[in-house]
Design a protein around this ligand. Structure first.
Ligand code: NAP
Length: 277
């Protein structure tokens, strides 16, 4: 039996078990994915317990994504660059930390044809400078796309870029701007990615984008928020003819990549998408 799960606190709300267990069933693999509610104070014994019980690995979510790092034997370059782990692969006694958020986002961007060659010139505007923004900035800049981070605390944006730079290809353009520069920055980027929680349930009528500020029809807006499935930001962008996506399929792809790391098989992405919904 292939044992996997998701480690977080609280974890009862997670839709990941449905997604991964459906994938095991569809692939005919005797595997199980369980929610693992672990208090911050119990992180160390919980990880040792997974190894002792013969788990193949687990996902890691809030509040443990950074806290697990000291307990792992090795990190992938991606996890080091992002400074957070969302997937652990256990091989015997050894725990490897990886992060599939960046690759999951990039996979979805490509699947939706939202990464045209023109993006290499026009670049992306990233709203927010937290954990998700770092994964998105890494994914885009690593593919040669110029990025501007818009942070309400500019220091946070600058710290993000400083941490990321050693892992980026030479010559890729990165910048940081204060939140007050949003209107000025708006039209200069072809892709806008919302990496703030603004617009999420229980505040679905809010948006990080000012009501009066237009979008250009050639712009694309990717909202990492997926609850509600259509956010206020997506409605605003659509009203101006811009293309939009929520973050649901990023969630599917990051899960599919983790599932493949544990099983060594291509993931049944469509089955996982259906189960998640
Ligand atoms: P986080 O680490 O808390 O970062 C949130 C960022 O947004 C911070 O820079 C924060 O600034 C900024 N922010 C918050 N409220 C703001 C506001 N009113 N105006 C301007 N900036 C604001 O959170 P995270 O883990 O990066 O997650 C961000 C969002 O992405 C969440 O909604 C999460 O659910 C979503 N997400 C989705 C996926 C997916 O697979 N689709 C994956 C990861 C995350 P301060 O630090 O100043 O508050």
């Amino acid at each position: 039996m292939l044992l996997t799960g998701v480690l977080g606190w609280p974890i009862g709300h997670s839709r990941s078990p449905a997604m991964h267990n459906a994938a095991f069933a569809a692939a005919g693999i005797a595997g199980v994915y369980v929610p693992l509610a672990v208090k911050p104070s119990a992180l160390s014994p919980a990880l040792a317990g997974l190894v002792a019980l013969g788990f193949r690995g687990c996902n890691v979510t809030i509040p443990h994504k950074q806290a697990v790092i000291p307990y792992l034997h090795r990190l992938t370059d991606t996890a080091s660059a992002i400074g957070a782990v969302n997937t652990i692969i256990i091989d015997g006694e050894k725990m490897l930390g990886d992060n599939t958020d960046a690759a999951g986002f990039w996979a979805d961007l490509q699947a939706q044809e939202m990464a045209p060659p023109s993006l290499q010139q026009e670049g992306a505007l990233i709203l927010g400078a937290g954990g998700a923004a770092r994964a998105i900035a890494y994914a885009l800049a690593n593919h040669g796309i110029p990025i501007t981070i818009l942070a309400r605390r500019r220091q946070q944006g600058e710290a993000l870029l400083t941490a990321l730079h050693p892992y980026l290809p030479p010559g890729v353009s990165t910048a940081c701007a204060p939140w007050s520069a949003l209107a000025q920055m708006a039209a200069r980027h072809q892709l806008i990615v919302n990496c703030t929680p603004v617009g999420m349930v229980p505040h679905p009528s809010t948006s990080p984008w000012p009501q009066h500020l237009a979008f250009l029809p050639r712009q694309m807006v990717y909202d990492l928020v997926y609850n509600p499935e259509t956010t206020q930001l997506m409605r605003q962008a659509r009203a101006h003819g811009a293309r939009v996506s929520n973050g649901l399929d990023m969630l599917v792809h990051q899960g599919a990549l983790a599932w493949s790391l544990w099983t060594g098989q291509p993931a049944p992405v469509q089955v996982m998408r259906t189960a998640l919904r």
